[in-house]
Design a protein around this ligand. Structure first.
Ligand code: ADP
Ligand code: ZN
Length: 605
């Protein structure tokens, strides 16, 4: 048996490597440089942790996630791995202790904040010991136009110059070709071996719903399918984070707000509660989430449209790292399109930057309006072809497409007439009222009931018309301008008006996808009936131990491991040691208590 495989079994308690892990581990263990792109939850950490354990010296991990280093180190120590970290949150005494442990060769892994690596003092420290490898985690932080850009990452190319013989492995879950190229160039890894995994997350069920009353829709989702589950709800603004969290709390759901406007103490305590408590719901702006490796996040809900497919993929990817079923749910409406277009219009940055942002938004809108499998579209965005998945809303409940040419012509000609005959511009609400022939106060005030298009659209109802507007916006056959979201024709509108262009539109399924079918898909993997009480007892035992040690419950054992234990009901330490996720150290520390818990639960049931 190879040394890496031995370490995988002994330390981590796993049977075999997944996907390309083995090849990556062998390559880095042999001294090669690597750039690794793998989706969240695929198992990137083992790709550098195992080589660090096998090679001589200490593996140095560069990570921007200062607030999570303690948890990462705790998780490693729970496996019996000698790990430490250095960052600005420590007292000088704590730092000195880690430094001398490093120099004395008493560490396997050392986590560092990136800014430390541009300090002369850190270089001298590293030279006092032996570095086995450099791992650059969250490597997309080097991408200058990315959300997560960290200037300190640019300095990481010095690693190669200063320690030319130490292998480097950079890892990220950010997937596009352009991002990969930029990471490789900036980190001087173009000659390194690149490992690009499939970006599919088959256990995540993707669903995008028309936004009606988002708070009510969210509450329904949580009650019907995710009662008691941990999850993340993303909102665009701080204010809507606060409102949504308060709404959930009012309805008995343990929700916590998180955004950049909260002081750092509150943010840290909410993050810690989310990681430690069972079933906490974090309501957050996208400021939250990078590096959160909580494995049992069962849903990610978006109440506002993400700015790009990449962002959507990253954020939804935080669900279901443990491989058990999870839901990614997005509510999306006309107002989102208007708002996002406005944000781009008003954003700083040159024209090229605005154009890039607009292209990102268009791709996101195309994903929302597709009548094809969501996953196929998502993976295609990352250049990976696939077949219809059977586990997204369009697969489960296929929407029809319909010939929307006439509807589009009516709508566009209403916009055209308002502009040409009256020199007026209005938002979608007024235009739809005109098409529906509604004599509202605003219609009467502007004499819009005298327009020839008044009342020509009664074959569709209001929400269907909103769908038409949304989709024309998504297809750029119409656009919005200004603070009030007034509708304006585009160059392509003329082709539709002239009957020279087909318009296919998506008809929302009359009913939402059947709740029962989805609920079943969304439920955590079924446990045999006799295992349920055992699992519950094991969870209670785990909660006690985690609390005593001040670590998140998953650091003790993952849900998936507890499920396997509850199902197998082992009676001996040897049988327990065969279960995935039970390594040498955890067996020695917790084995007897686990067996006692299993026996007691089985006797009680
Ligand atoms: P990533 O960093 O890519 O998001 P992690 O390294 O956190 O993923 O791994 C995701 C989960 O999969 C973790 O719970 C990890 O312990 C588990 N895992 C990783 N590799 C294996 C493997 N070979 N066998 C079983 N479980 C694994
Ligand atoms: Zn699908």
């Amino acid at each position: 048996m190879s040394e890496p495989l031995r370490v995988l079994r002994r330390v981590f308690g796993y049977d075999s490597f997944r996907g390309e892990q083995q090849e990556i581990v062998d390559h880095v263990t042999g001294g090669g440089d690597a750039l690794v792109l793998m989706p969240t939850g695929a198992g990137k950490s083992l790709c550098y942790q195992i080589p660090a354990l096998v090679r001589d010296g200490v593996g140095v991990v560069v990570s921007p996630l200062i607030a999570l280093m303690q948890d990462q180190v705790d998780a490693l120590r729970a496996l019996g791995v000698r790990a430490g970290f250095l960052n600005s949150t420590q007292y000088p005494g704590q730092r000195r202790a880690v430094e001398s442990a490093y120099a004395a060769g008493e560490l396997d892994l050392l986590y560092l904040a990136p800014e430390r690596l541009s300090l002369e003092a850190t270089w001298r420290l590293l030279d006092r010991g032996t570095v086995s490898l450099f791992a650059i985690d969250e490597a997309h932080c080097v991408v200058q136009w990315g959300h997560d850009f960290r200037p300190d990452y640019l300095a990481l190319s010095v690693l190669h110059e200063r320690w030319p013989t130490v292998p480097r492995i950079a890892l990220t879950a950010t997937a596009t070709e352009a991002t990969r190229k930029e990471i490789a160039t900036r980190l001087d890894l173009t000659a390194a071996r690149h490992f690009v995994a499939s970006f599919d997350r088959p256990n995540i069920q993707y669903r995008i719903a028309p936004k009606q009353e988002p708070k009510r829709q969210l509450l329904e989702l949580l009650r019907a399918e995710h009662a008691g589950d941990a999850g993340i709800v993303y909102c665009l603004s701080r204010a809507s984070v606060e409102r949504t969290a308060a709404h959930l709390v009012e309805h008995g759901i343990g929700a916590l707000p998180y955004h950049a406007g909260l002081d750092s103490g509150t943010r840290a305590s909410h993050q810690a509660r989310f990681l430690r408590e069972d079933g906490a719901v974090m309501v957050a702006t996208i400021a939250f989430g990078m590096g959160i490796d909580k494995p049992d996040v069962r849903f990610v809900a978006h109440l506002d449209l993400p700015k790009s497919v990449e962002g959507y993929y990253q954020e939804t990817g935080r669900a279901g790292r443990d491989g058990l079923p999870a839901t990614a749910w997005l509510a999306y409406g006309l107002a989102d399109v208007v708002q996002q277009r406005k944000l781009i219009e008003n954003s700083d940055g040159d024209l090229a930057h605005q154009r890039r942002q607009a292209a990102h938004l268009d791709a996101m809108l195309a994903l929302c309006e597709t009548v094809e499998c969501r996953r196929v579209q998502l993976l295609a965005y990352f250049g990976q072809p696939s077949a219809a998945c059977g586990n997204c809303d369009t697969c489960l409940s296929p929407p029809e497409s319909w010939d929307g040419a006439v509807a589009a012509q009516k709508l566009l000609s209403a916009v055209l007439r308002l502009h040409r005959e009256r020199r007026q511009r209005f938002g979608a609400g007024q235009v739809i009222d005109i098409l529906l022939g509604k004599k509202t106060a605003k219609v009467m005030q502007h004499d819009h009931h005298e327009l020839t298009v008044f009342g020509v659209g009664e074959e569709l109802n209001e929400s269907e018309w909103r769908g038409v507007v949304r989709q024309l916006l998504a297809q750029r056959l119409l656009t919005v301008e200004g603070d009030y979201g007034t509708l304006v024709l585009t160059d392509a509108s003329g082709e539709v008006l002239g009957g020279r262009r087909d318009v296919r539109l998506r008809r929302e399924p009359k009913r939402a996808p059947k709740a029962a079918r989805i609920a079943k898909q969304g439920a955590p993997a079924d446990l045999p009936a006799q295992a349920e009480p055992v699992f519950e007892q094991l969870r209670a035992w785990r909660a006690g131990v985690a609390k005593e040690q001040g670590v998140p419950a998953y650091v003790i054992f993952h849900d998936s491991t507890l499920r396997a234990i509850a199902t197998a009901a082992p009676a001996t330490l040897e049988a327990l040691s065969g279960i995935s996720g039970v390594g040498e150290t955890k067996l020695a520390r917790h084995g007897q208590q686990v067996l006692d818990t299993v026996r007691a639960a089985a006797a009680g049931s």
